[in-house]
Each structure stands twice: as C-alpha cells, then as structure tokens.
Design a protein. Structure first.
Length: 208
C-alpha cells in the first residue's frame, strides 16, 4: 500500500491507539473494564476489529497492525474512544511484552499474509515462533480463530497448531456457504469470498 503522509501524526494523536502497550502488561482487563479480552492480529483497515467490538460490546477488543498507513486508516475509522476497544500499532512479534501470561482469551487471525516460500515460513503468523507466544498469553481455555482464503496456509497452520498441542475444535472448508451473522466479514474476506471458499478453524489451548 502507498505510504500515507498523514499516517504517523494521526497515530501519534489517536487516543484509541495505546502508545506504550508494555505499560499495560497484566492490566488490560482493568483498562478495558472487561473480563474477556479478544485480540485481532493484523487488522488491516479495521472492519473486523471495529465490527466485532460493535457486535460484542460486553467483550474487550484489541486490534494490532504493524503497517503504519493501514493502522492509521483503521484508527481513522474508530476515532471515538470507548472503554472496551483499543489498538496497538506494532509488530505482533512483541506480543509477549505487551500481554501478561494468560491475559488474553481469544486471538483472531484473519487473512494473514501467506508467505508462500518455505524460506519465509517463520514470518507466518501461525509459525511455531508465534504459537509459542500465543500459548503464553492465552488463558487456560483460550482460543485461536483463523480465517483464510489460502489453502496452503490453512494446511500448514493445521499441522503447526497440532504439533504445538493446540486442540482443533471447529473446522470449516467453506465458511461462507452458510450465513454467519455472528461473525463480521473482513475486508479481505469480502474480496475473496466471491472467488472461492473461505477456510476457518478454531483451536483451543492444549496442555503445554
Ligand atoms: N485482517 C484484515 C487484513 C488482512 S492482510 C482482513 O482480513 O481484511 C494481513 C495484515 O496483517 C496486513 O495488514 C499486515 O500488515 C498485518 N500483519 C502481518 N504481520 C503482522 C505482524 N507481525 N504484526 C502485526 N500485523 C501484521
């Protein structure tokens, strides 16, 4: 995406964006005033994060996005501060510095970059390097929910989660062939659902 000139300033002035997430480690439930915290990693322009926060106001919603211009567009859509919703402009590789052990209840991965070349697999958000961090910050019965149009990434993720000891709880090979009003359609999802199936899986934290 083209770099937006106003993005850095916009993020710096946003009160929805948490500028020092490390300072809230262990305090997110208090900050959001919610017992159950959902995190979306890689929000893109924010439709899912914002839509789900509107649909489930009883839950806490934290969006994470590392690309500055995209993060600014998401924050522009959500410019009024509500207690249950926050944003972190940053790289999810640092997620274990922002959240304490067992602090998060659900992690959402929507249309994560597939990084198709094997030599780039460490960058995939479902690589074991990330799973190790998710495993630390998730509560005992915490979940990870993934949606993707990318069959190879989906196959890779099923094995990677399995090897890490996560339990596969739900699987859909064509999620949008039925109506799912309980789940918001993300930007990428809207584009891809016309072209082919949307894969979706829910994993529950295992014994590790
Ligand atoms: N979830 C959105 C966007 C999907 S594109 C949707 O479904 O429409 C994937 C997004 O993840 C990109 O915006 C990319 O910048 C972001 N992303 C990829 N790796 C990330 C990381 N390590 N930390 C934070 N965001 C990341």
């Amino acid at each position: 995406m083209r770099k937006l000139k106003w993005a850095a300033d916009f993020i710096a002035n946003s009160e929805v964006n948490v500028h020092n997430p490390e300072a809230y480690q262990g305090k997110w439930r208090e900050l959001l005033n919610r017992d159950c915290i959902h995190v979306e990693i890689g929000t893109g322009k924010g439709d899912y994060w914002i839509g789900m926060a509107n649909l489930y106001p009883e839950l806490g919603w934290i969006g994470i996005e590392k690309q500055e211009s995209v993060a600014a567009l998401a924050l522009r859509k959500k410019d009024t501060l509500e207690q249950q919703t926050r944003f972190i402009h940053g790289d999810a590789a640092n997620i274990d510095q922002w959240f304490a052990k067992k602090e998060i209840d659900v992690i959402h991965l929507n249309f994560s970059d597939p990084w198709p070349k094997n030599r780039n697999k460490k960058r995939r958000l479902s690589n074991e390097r990330f799973l190790d961090k998710y495993n630390q910050i998730l509560s005992d019965d915490g979940q990870i929910i993934m949606k993707t149009d990318n069959r190879s990434l989906f196959e890779y993720s099923i094995i990677e989660f399995q090897n890490f000891g996560f339990k596969l709880e739900e699987i859909y090979l064509d999620f949008r062939s039925e109506q799912h009003d309980e789940d918001i359609i993300s930007e990428y999802e809207r584009k891809f659902m016309e072209k082919g199936p949307i894969y979706r899986a829910v994993w529950v934290k295992g014994g590790k």
